[in-house]
Design a binder for this molecule. Sequence first.
Ligand SMILES: CC(C)(COP(=O)(O)OP(=O)(O)OC[C@H]1O[C@@H](n2cnc3c(N)ncnc32)[C@H](O)[C@@H]1OP(=O)(O)O)[C@@H](O)C(=O)NCCC(=O)NCCS
Length: 192
Amino acid sequence: MSAAEGHPSGMPPGPQAKAKLTVDRITSFDEEDLLALCEATDAAIIEGGGFGWLSPPGRQVIESYFKGLLLVPERELYVGRVDGVIVGSTQLVRPPRSNEAQAMAATLTQTFVAPYARRLGLARMMVIRAEERARAMGYQVLNLDVRETHSSAIALYETLGFTRWGTHPAYARVGGKMIAGAYFHKLLQRKS
Ligand SMILES: CC(C)(COP(=O)(O)OP(=O)(O)OC[C@H]1O[C@@H](n2cnc3c(N)ncnc32)[C@H](O)[C@@H]1OP(=O)(O)O)[C@@H](O)C(=O)NCCC(=O)NCCS
């Protein structure tokens, strides 16, 4: 069988056919990035796994959300890209200065990848990137929580060495039904 057989374009699948996955921190938006991030968010909400929204709130609301997010001093936004196009994001949240007792713990939240870009390894890359940043800033603990129905996310965090320490029985309400939440933490060892 020739290399081109079975490939729709007739071209042999080579290294050039492989999607390029990258993760970077966003501190300001250009229009293209903002549009792609809003589209990815919309798609994730419609599929049932995007932030706390249960139905798309409208493009204007999502745009304002992300623009406002960049103004919050404690939050850092990391985006995952396929061939340069944003398809998902995660947020690293530092504790407020007033919280001295938990000054050693950061939180990872709102991690998602659009349905059309899943299982490529992007969420893993984004979480690792945020975790490395938290470690570099001196945090010793990374916390996160997720709906118990988000089994793909739970599998992701387990493979990345997060420990599930608890279950919140009334974590979220979806379609009138109460849903439990899974709470995870990871101790961040300093890399020598
Ligand atoms: C959870 C989510 C972010 C994973 O994104 P992703 O880019 O597809 O994940 P990755 O490709 O990086 O997967 C990394 C690992 O996580 C696990 N995983 C991811 N999706 C999985 C699935 N559907 N079933 C089982 N394991 C899964 C696997 O161990 C996977 O490694 P592998 O592909 O080598 O087996 C994505 O499915 C999503 O956005 N889901 C809805 C929203 C959500 O649950 N967000 C989390 C809230 S905190």
